[in-house]
Design a protein around this ligand. Structure first.
Ligand code: NDP
Length: 271
């Protein structure tokens, strides 16, 4: 059987790294993308090839896909995962920071999808997995711009699923809840760069309450296993939310209704 070729973005840490390693263990040849070259080199192996690039660099993405197709002849799987969380009140995050959130989390995914789709269409096969978030279907105070970017990822994925089905291409959304990676620490670093008037300090403290469970959150391998299942199962899932917090979030909002759900969140954040 021919070896399947995969590309994983955000493979230098957390979910992307765990996914790249697990795909390679499962027989895939993996192109591992992120900015930190040194980190990517740590996972280089016979079946993992690093491609250092920034997902906002359209030219570098085109060159990367050309390299993959020239050397391997095909591209079977795209895992869009590179991203970050711009924390901060909707009023206070600068437009520049908000644009950057979308440049990476939304247009970064879109650039890769547009780059691989012509090849997948020609092959009449392909799997695209977009890593969304528990905040892809709900939104919380302090997470407005991040949640907006993940809602956009969910919408693009749903549209593309309908468009690409006839070409033999499946699109899956995986929506992680809280996972122990570098993500939360980077979020709080970015939060410090946002100027909040005193009136917002309670919400800032609320974000710390909300993410206090991060050190006990599951390891990224739980998501990596879900991704590998999604690209190896004959019938891939449409949307897989995990672990339990993400699984129950949408149901809880539906059962409680928007107003009571928002009240419950404010209780949890103590705001
Ligand atoms: P990490 O911070 O550990 O990993 C993020 C990855 O994205 C890194 O490899 C980073 O690499 C890469 N990345 C960020 N910006 C860029 C860029 N401009 N160009 C290229 N690569 C970039 O976080 P996670 O593993 O947790 O996050 C992975 C995905 O999971 C994200 O999309 C996130 O939104 C989502 N998610 C995470 C949750 C969590 O609780 N951890 C919950 C829900 C969703 P480098 O810096 O080397 O470029």
């Amino acid at each position: 059987m021919t070896q399947r070729i995969a590309l994983v973005t955000g493979a230098s840490s957390g979910i992307g790294r765990a996914t790249a390693e697990l795909l390679a263990k499962n027989g895939f040849y993996v192109f591992a993308v992120a900015r930190r070259k040194g980190r990517l080199e740590q996972i280089r192996s016979d079946n993992i090839e690093p491609i250092p690039l920034d997902v906002t660099d359209a030219g570098a993405i085109t060159a990367a896909i050309e390299h993959i197709v020239t050397t391997k002849g095909r591209i079977d799987v795209l895992i869009n995962n590179a991203g970050f969380g711009q924390l901060g009140a909707v009023e206070c995050v600068s437009m520049e920071a908000a644009h950057h959130q979308f440049e990476v989390n939304v247009f970064g995914y879109a650039r890769f999808m547009q780059a691989v789709l012509p090849y997948m269409r020609e092959q009449k096969s392909g799997r695209i997995v977009n890593i969304s978030s528990i905040l892809g279907k709900i939104a919380l105070p302090g997470f407005g711009w991040y949640a907006a970017s993940k809602h956009a990822v969910e919408a693009l994925s749903e549209s593309l699923r309908g468009e690409a089905k006839a070409f033999g291409i499946d699109v899956t959304v995986i929506a992680p809840g809280l996972i122990r990676t570098e993500f939360a620490a980077k979020q709080f670093e970015l939060l410090k760069t946002v100027k909040h008037p005193l009136a917002y300090q309670k919400i800032i403290r609320g974000l710390h309450h909300l993410l206090a469970g991060e050190p006990e959150a599951p390891d990224p391998e739980i998501i990596a296993r879900a991704v590998v299942k999604a690209v190896t199962k004959p019938v891939p899932p449409v949307r897989h939310a995990l672990p339990w917090d993400s699984k129950t979030a949408v149901i809880a909002r539906w059962l409680l209704g928007a107003r009571f759900f928002a009240w419950a969140i404010r209780q949890q954040m103590r705001i």
